[in-house]
Ligand binder design. Structure first.
Ligand code: KIV
Length: 277
């Protein structure tokens, strides 16, 4: 038997119990090598459908398919051993009915090995969240700015600015909590509303563009690393500028190949020495 001690993965229950204690650290990840690098530093890895934009070059997340999410979700689970891995349900794979949401979630959980799923929506998704949680599917909810509803919401903009929107976000937060979500992503929401929601509900709020009042924070890894240059939302802090580093490495490689400076002798396989009998 191996003497190797397996690190226990953070569970969705561990995350729920962190409400009101030290901040919960979340990043998105889409591949095994990046998951391996992030795993020691985060509580949760989110395989977000933002991969449609960051990895696949789509304009919105609407074209992301279930097969894409499953392939990337499985890679992130393989690349991590400590973080709680949550996989996004893509657009049109769960909104039709609780039964459709369960079938989709069951595939995602069985084929990736993730700990739970994320879905966008508030009060209108409460019945679905209750259906899923009662059947063993932990749900991370997502309220405020919901990228899958970008067209009906009038674009990527901050939410909760007027009283009507603020009241709707607060009632969404209560509804998904009562339905059994273990935590909720609050995106693109003005600080007073994010603060009120965080105080009012019993589950952790994970903010993205929703102020430090939340119980945790999430960012898209390509934004953090400076790899996604199409646009940078106001709420993003870049912790590295890898874009220019990648471009410089590609330019150096191209120059070496053209000058026949790569491969060098150290990169070549020698022919097997001939036996002289
Ligand atoms: O898709 C995603 O990456 C997300 C996060 C930005 C919260 O939903």
């Amino acid at each position: 038997m191996s003497s190797e001690v397996k690190t226990k993965r953070t569970t969705t229950r561990d995350i729920r119990l962190r409400k009101g204690s030290d901040p919960i650290v979340v990043l998105t990840a889409y591949s095994a090598p990046i998951a391996r690098l992030l795993d020691p530093h985060v509580d949760m890895l989110l395989v977000g459908d933002s991969l449609g934009m960051t990895v696949y070059g789509l304009d919105t997340t609407l074209g992301v398919t279930l097969d894409m999410m499953i392939a990337h979700g499985a890679a992130v689970v393989r690349g991590s051993s400590k973080a709680c891995v949550i996989v996004d349900l893509p657009f049109a794979s769960y909104q039709e009915s609780p039964q459709q949401a369960f079938r989709t979630s069951a595939r995602v959980m069985a084929e990736t090995g993730c700990a739970g799923v994320k879905l966008e929506g508030g009060a209108e998704m409460a019945e679905t969240i209750a259906f899923l949680t009662a059947r063993g599917v932990p749900v991370l909810a997502h309220i405020g700015l919901k990228p899958q509803s970008v067209h009906s919401a009038g674009g990527f903009r901050s939410h909760g600015r007027d009283e009507k929107e603020a009241a709707a976000i607060r009632s969404d937060a209560r509804a998904i909590t009562e339905a059994g979500a273990f935590a909720v992503v609050v995106e693109g929401t003005v600080e007073p509303v994010a603060r009120a929601v965080t105080q009012e509900i019993a589950i952790p709020t994970i903010g993205i563009g929703a102020s430090p009042a939340c119980d945790g924070q999430v960012l898209v890894i390509d934004d953090v690393l400076g790899l996604f240059s199409e646009f940078t939302p106001k709420f993003v802090k870049r912790y590295a500028e890898l874009g220019p580093t990648v471009a410089a490495a590609a330019a150096d490689y191209a120059a070496d190949v053209k000058a026949r400076a790569f491969p060098g002798p150290e990169h070549c396989f020698a022919a097997k020495p001939q036996r002289r009998d």
